[in-house]
Design a protein around this ligand. Sequence first.
Ligand SMILES: Cc1cc2nc3c(=O)[nH]c(=O)nc-3n(C[C@H](O)[C@H](O)[C@H](O)COP(=O)(O)OP(=O)(O)OC[C@H]3O[C@@H](n4cnc5c(N)ncnc54)[C@H](O)[C@@H]3O)c2cc1C
Length: 422
Amino acid sequence: MKIVVLGAGVVGVTSAWYLARAGHDVVVIDRQPAPALETSFANGGQVAVSHAEPWANPGTLRRIPQWLWQRDAPMAFHPQPDWHQWLWMLRFLVECLPSRAERNTKATLALALYSLRMLQALRAETGIEYEGQSTGILHFYTDTRALDRAIHAAETLKRAGIAVQVKSADECVALEPAFGPSRARIAGGLYTPSDESGDAHKFTSALAALAARLGVQFRFNTSVEFIDARGGEVASVAVRNDDGTDDRVRGDAYVVALGSYSSPVLRAIGIGVPVYPAKGYSITIDLAEGDVAPEMSLNDEAYKLVYSHLGNQLRVAGTASLEGYNTEIDPARCEAIVRRTFALFPRAGRPERAQFWTGLRPATPSNLPCIGRTKMRNLFLNTGHGTLGWTLACGSGASLAQIVSGARPPVEFPFLSTLLEH
Ligand SMILES: Cc1cc2nc3c(=O)[nH]c(=O)nc-3n(C[C@H](O)[C@H](O)[C@H](O)COP(=O)(O)OP(=O)(O)OC[C@H]3O[C@@H](n4cnc5c(N)ncnc54)[C@H](O)[C@@H]3O)c2cc1C
């Protein structure tokens, strides 16, 4: 079959790779000049099965009133005159119910574990390089009560067979010596040795090059204008080339992997997906000899920040702001990340050199992505990966390719149609 994949972020490119491996002819369309230049560009870098618990959980519900008044709160809501935003927020509150949060965590865990296996297999097969580290993630706490709650919550991970080791403050420093100067602040941590990290942008670019060698055609600088759907199926995709000319791209099947922009494109043909942009920020610090930055990937539970050492850079990412499709950088948010980073790691490079970035997570209220077939026979989705698009990319791409090929993915996950009914 000829498959047209819309979007060359980490999700679109992994979809294209697994579709090509399944024997399909694949063309990928993206408005950017290269892969992974939007949300997949400078994310937190964590491949974190241990992050399966969604933002929508009872703990978040308790903290929302305090965050409403905090300028640099990890989560912010800026009301827009857009009922999709309000509906998303209401659905998010529903997903905070304990039973929903538990169900969403289990489904995410299943897909994340499968995804990690697929990433490891891909690495073994192709030798793909992306500043990857397989040294686990240390989730550290500065508050003893929060640590105790986390130890309790980690039971779900343990039941799924994921190793979680409780670490004292001294053990945290032993695992990550860069904590030395801030030892007194650390209450302890949870270490998940099977987690990984790596540069999602480098991974996606390298995988796109490998996919091109398999025959996948990439059409960059090409903007998707609309999907031409008639008679219950997609007839073509209308695109605009860089030189301003219009064109139609036709295939036997179509995959929408447009990240946050999937919703408006799909809405125009009567398909509603609960995907709304959750804006996040990252800072990237170039490291020089003599700098003392964390080597291990870390998770700062108090500030909801993640740290990854990517080659000769330190990446720190976090925050979620619901404010529509605004991609302007709010310096106050980035400066808050810089302050926290250097409060903990005073010798982690030069703060004034930190590069600021923002990206729109394609977030669903449950944090479960929409993967599978739509009500249109030849239209498939792989979108809505929210906080975990890098973690879930290989498993989502492999599952999508199996569904398109008429097979059932080997993972307990509410693939599409079930999900859209929620
Ligand atoms: C601050 C931050 C930190 C994060 N940290 C992590 C982490 O540590 N671990 C993790 O697993 N996940 C993390 N994520 C989430 C992860 O980055 C996303 O889930 C993932 O990048 C989404 O990938 P995607 O391919 O769906 O979307 P995108 O990367 O946005 O790809 C969509 C593509 O569609 C293209 N496109 C859109 N509209 C059009 C159009 N009309 N025409 C043509 N092309 C179009 C875009 O150019 C883009 O290339 C983080 C996200 C943020 C913002």
